[in-house]
Design a protein around this ligand. Structure first.
Ligand SMILES: Cc1cc2nc3c(=O)[nH]c(=O)nc-3n(C[C@H](O)[C@H](O)[C@H](O)COP(=O)(O)OP(=O)(O)OC[C@H]3O[C@@H](n4cnc5c(N)ncnc54)[C@H](O)[C@@H]3O)c2cc1C
Length: 391
């Protein structure tokens, strides 16, 4: 489809070559691989390993730590193309995009050497936990607390909906220090190894058909060495947003990829299925919503590219607004496209054989996570338009 034919005005030759190469890898795996992995209760280890080996997972990690030295622009191309092929890797949103970025920007040399080469070559994976049961969208209310005990940190708290904790070697946990326990969030970030004593997890039974599972976490006096803290305990929101803007851009890539996959399936079907004189795609009631979806995907994707370009150029503030807008636009395009794609297939849209109905649930993820549609509208109302706050 023409969505892969991005012009060199928008992307460099290298980026276009990366896009084509990842698309070829995605095609070799494709939707059958993804659904097979889910049916087996397994994980997409083979695709993860091959994408890592080809340098795609580590494309945004600095070269001196074994990465490709590119940016979030390149990383989002990788995730988008794998998603467009029907085989997205959700852990890319957290492991290389948030965790590796935060460690590369704010970690010590020792932390970088310990984690970045493994995150780049795919041998290590890191999850990311910020959401709490009693805080939800209001991150300022998180209560996971770190107290000092000699040379150690002791973490107490609860997290919810954290993806991939069972397969990740560690989870980057957002907490706050005892001194900054109340008031506006002054976050600090801790690397918590999967098997750390006191770090409990229980799987949440989700309706999603996906290899990555979500977990509720209990941190019951988890004792960590001093170097588990990434960055400065006083650096505040800046270092958190260094990770959250890439997360939003990558969620946009995830949603754009899924939308492109669904649109491709619907277009193929609409060209073939004939119940009157012409294929159903000749009826404008079928064609126009697909054309609209194509336009909305393309618009979201352009905003995603803008956000990635700003972020990679070091403009964290500018990237914040664009990353939120891109995530919003991509999620909305994804929900609408999937809805229309399922409808285009008529009864087949709801069969297991055609496999599109499961995307109805999957497409909702980007609307709620990592920040909901409403919280982005709040952000734009307050930050971009200067409107007053209701909360
Ligand atoms: C599949 C999946 C994977 C996830 N993975 C992770 C992960 O890896 N790590 C992690 O930390 N979290 C993860 N999350 C959690 C996700 O980020 C949260 O679900 C999300 O931030 C919303 O929080 P909440 O579920 O508590 O909803 P709530 O905050 O309870 O919101 C509920 C509803 O109220 C609306 N609302 C709340 N406040 C306002 C307001 N001020 N104005 C208007 N509307 C408002 C919201 O938009 C939403 O529609 C994941 C979630 C899902 C579904």
């Amino acid at each position: 489809m023409s969505t892969t034919m991005i012009s060199s005005v928008v992307e460099t030759e290298e980026q276009r070559a990366l896009r084509a190469a990842v698309a070829a890898l995605g095609k070799r795996y494709g939707r059958d691989y993804f659904t097979g992995v889910v049916a087996d209760g397994a994980h997409p280890d083979a695709l993860w390993a091959e994408a890592a080996e080809l340098g795609y997972l580590g494309v945004s990690i600095p070269e001196e730590y074994g990465g490709g030295g590119g940016g979030i622009a390149e990383l989002s191309i990788v995730l988008e193309e794998l998603g467009a092929a029907g085989s997205p890797l959700l852990m890319m949103v957290v492991s290389p995009a948030i965790c590796a970025t935060v460690i590369a920007r704010f970690g010590t040399d020792a932390q970088r050497r310990q984690w970045l080469p493994g995150l780049a070559d795919g041998s290590l994976t890191m999850a990311f936990g910020i959401t709490e049961p009693d805080a939800g969208s209001n991150s300022h209310r998180i209560t996971t607390t770190a107290r000092r005990d000699g040379d150690h940190w002791v973490l107490t708290g609860r997290k919810v909906f954290v993806s991939g904790v069972d397969i990740a070697d560690a989870t980057l946990i957002v907490g706050r220090t005892e001194d900054a326990r109340t008031g506006s969030l002054k976050p600090c970030l801790f690397i918590v190894p999967r098997e750390a004593p006191g770090f409990g997890r229980s799987r949440i039974d989700m309706e999603l058909q996906a290899p990555e599972k979500q977990f509720e976490l209990v941190l019951d006096d988890v004792r960590l060495p001093a170097d588990a803290l990434v960055g400065d305990e006083d650096a505040g929101l800046l270092q958190l947003f260094a990770g959250l803007n890439p997360e939003r851009i990558m969620t946009a890539a995830f949603a754009v990829g899924m939308a492109r996959y669904a649109l491709g399936r619907a277009v193929t079907y609409a060209k073939e299925r004939t119940v009157w004189k012409t294929p159903i795609g000749a009826h404008q009631a079928v064609a126009h919503p697909l054309a609209q979806a194509h336009i909305e995907i393309e618009l979201a994707r352009l905003m995603m590219r803008k956000a990635a370009a700003l972020y990679d150029a070091g403009d964290d503030m500018g990237a914040g607004e664009a990353a939120n807008m891109a995530k919003y636009a991509a999620a909305e395009a994804c929900v609408k496209t999937v809805d229309q794609a399922v409808h285009t297939l008529g009864g087949n849209g709801l069969t297991r054989e055609y496999g599109l109905a499961q995307l109805i649930v999957a497409s909702r993820v980007a609307r709620i996570a990592p920040v909901s549609r409403e919280m982005i509208l709040n952000f734009v109302s307050h930050q971009s338009l200067g409107l007053p706050k209701s909360y």
